[in-house]
Design a protein around this ligand. Structure first.
Ligand code: ING
Length: 309
């Protein structure tokens, strides 16, 4: 048995005016709770240090850049990393990354229980749009503020197993889990900020959003025989509701823990990485069952091309 006691540390709403210091204090309180629960791994949300700023249309790049971290840990966020190291807890933390070259990514890092940064992932699938959209009930400008990730979908050896990361919208794309599955991933960590309503389809409400969220992460887990830990930033941010639904999903696709509130909340589970073995050795033994000679369109074609009649 290779148990990793894993905490999903959901954050409630972060208002636009809330400073990073206040947020980091909330995250540290959750880390302390994770320590008390015996966790060695903690998964925070996407863009964990700030409000979900892509909902706001901005033209001044200096104003946009205020939402980004030039370095992590940085002056405001270092206390979080110091506490995690003191607790011997590895972390997944999502944040907005601005590089020394001035590139902008929606990023997540993975740290070891010793406090080393061992992995970085940059969000590949950016939903939404890049110009102000008058047709939408609210804006979702990730394509405006971020570049698509340029690191692919790597995995890392940590906590006695094979760890992978993705971010929010990535969880809806089966290719994401499969590329990591082909590297033997045993736990996929991800953070998300998901509006509770569809800005383009008023009839789609919270329960629809939660259904699609659970469907996506449960499918990814089952079809690659991996654990999936998905942590929400939830609650109402300046009038804009975000779903909760942080979950820990086992390699059979079953939800073993789910948050009950839209506030700061911990769920925790002793994830046995050996539970991945049966699926990987039987129904999803990729080497024995996959037929890649038939899958070419998946990487040779981006959009839909309907064959002529
Ligand atoms: N948020 C949403 C997500 O994928 C979204 C955007 C919601 C797209 C629902 C499609 C449907 O959960 C982020 N930040 O990607």
């Amino acid at each position: 048995m290779r148990e990793v006691v894993t905490a999903s540390l959901q954050l409630g709403a972060i208002q636009k005016e809330e400073g990073r210091g206040d947020v980091v204090a909330r995250m540290i309180a959750l880390l302390d709770e994770a320590k008390r629960a015996g966790a060695s791994l903690a998964v925070f949300p996407e863009l964990a240090f700030t409000t979900f700023f892509p909902r706001w249309y901005m033209e001044d790049q200096a104003e946009v850049d205020k939402w980004f971290e030039p370095e992590v840990p940085g002056p405001d966020t270092a206390p979080l990393f110091e506490r995690a190291r003191a607790h011997g807890i590895g972390m997944y933390v999502g944040y907005a990354e601005i590089t020394p070259q001035g590139q902008h990514f929606n990023t997540a890092i993975l740290t070891s229980p010793e406090g080393e940064i061992i992995g970085k992932y940059r969000k590949v699938h950016l939903p939404g749009h890049d110009e102000y959209d008058t047709e939408r009930a609210f804006q979702h400008l990730e394509k405006r503020y971020f570049e698509p990730g340029d690191l692919g979908f790597p995995v890392w050896h940590s906590q006695g197993g094979v760890m992978g990361m993705c971010i929010c919208n990535d969880r809806r794309w089966p290719e994401v889990y499969r590329v990591m599955g082909l590297q033997g991933v045993e736990m996929v960590m991800l953070g998300f900020n998901t509006p509770s309503v569809n800005s383009q389809r008023s009839g789609e409400g919270l329960e629809d959003r939660l259904f699609h969220h659970r469907l996506s992460v449960q499918s990814g887990a089952y079809q690659n025989s991996t654990w999936v830990v998905a942590t929400a930033k939830a609650g109402v941010e300046d009038g804009h509701p975000l779903t909760a639904g942080s979950v820990i999903v086992d390699p059979d696709g079953k939800i073993v823990a789910e948050t009950k509130t839209e506030d700061d909340e911990m769920i925790v589970h002793a994830c046995d990485l050996d539970a991945c073995n049966f699926g990987k050795q039987t129904i999803f033994d990729f080497a024995r069952h996959r037929r890649i000679e038939h899958y070419g369109l998946i990487t040779s074609q981006t959009g839909v091309e309907v064959p002529a009649k």
